[in-house]
Design a protein around this ligand. Sequence first.
Ligand SMILES: C[S@@+](CC[C@H](N)C(=O)[O-])C[C@H]1O[C@@H](n2cnc3c(N)ncnc32)[C@H](O)[C@@H]1O
Length: 304
Amino acid sequence: MPTSIESLFRPDRYPLSSKYDPRWIVDLEMGPNPLWQLEDLLTEMRLRPGQRVLDLGCGKGATSVFLARELGVEVVAFDLWVSEAELRTNLEAAGVAAQVTPVHGTVLDLPFGDGEFDAILSVDAFEYFGTDVHLLPRLLRVLKPAGSLGMSTPALREDPYEAAPPVCVTDLFGWEVAAWHSPGWWARHWTLSGMLDDVTARMQEGGSEDWLIWSRSLEQDQDSPVTRMLEDMGAGIGFALVTGTKTTDVAHSTVKRASSTVIRPAAASIATASTQRAGCSGSPASAIATSSRRRRSASVRLGP
Ligand SMILES: C[S@@+](CC[C@H](N)C(=O)[O-])C[C@H]1O[C@@H](n2cnc3c(N)ncnc32)[C@H](O)[C@@H]1O
């Protein structure tokens, strides 16, 4: 059942995000409400005004605007698919051009000096590059020792490498689902790098409901395939929120014991494969021949 865009205004749950006009958020959308994910992620990170923050995979810049306005940090808004010119226009319109610098490029070749940033944040982008073991050394080069890394990314509560992902998800997102790892997988991946300390990982509480609210609010007159998938999956899908601190012992990146990892209870309560599959309606959504990078959000507008 479609709901109005006003349902994206949720001051009780997301007081900071609710300062922003839902229409502005939707205009800049490239995925399910990035401000809600960021606001939750920030509860685990300590950022101070004036610090320099890399917003990695910032899309059209909503999260960069939020970081500048809400935290008073200096932001580099960095993205691959969105041009610098488009980003600059959005940042100027939001009145944060003096605090946020748009930079176009790929995380695989970051045009920044060593240790330039106090923190790196990334909302709904790590699924495109973060599973590669070669990513963290490249990325962490630009982070100060003891600097913070935090990201949110679509996740299956039960890791796709542990059990076959439900068909209602793979029918829509295909091979990309292999990157929708559980929080436990991300925690292990980051800890094994030996480059991060104090790694935490959890399923965002209420993340699947948030995604559903987002999806329904963007629908026009009937349920989209994404909405149906989310309804079928329930809490089996959502967002992994993962944080860590760059080790000060960077030269000595030995494999660390996984016991230094904190996996929050929400992440540890894993449904069995059969439970999760039973959650699927099993009615494969018809093949939707759109680029999957548009599907997660824009597909809700595709109609029947
Ligand atoms: C689903 S969009 C999310 C955008 C934004 N964070 C949001 O939540 O609205 C994923 C973003 O990741 C970015 N991205 C993907 N691969 C990248 C890469 N190799 N380097 C930098 N950014 C990348 C894309 O440009 C895209 O804007």
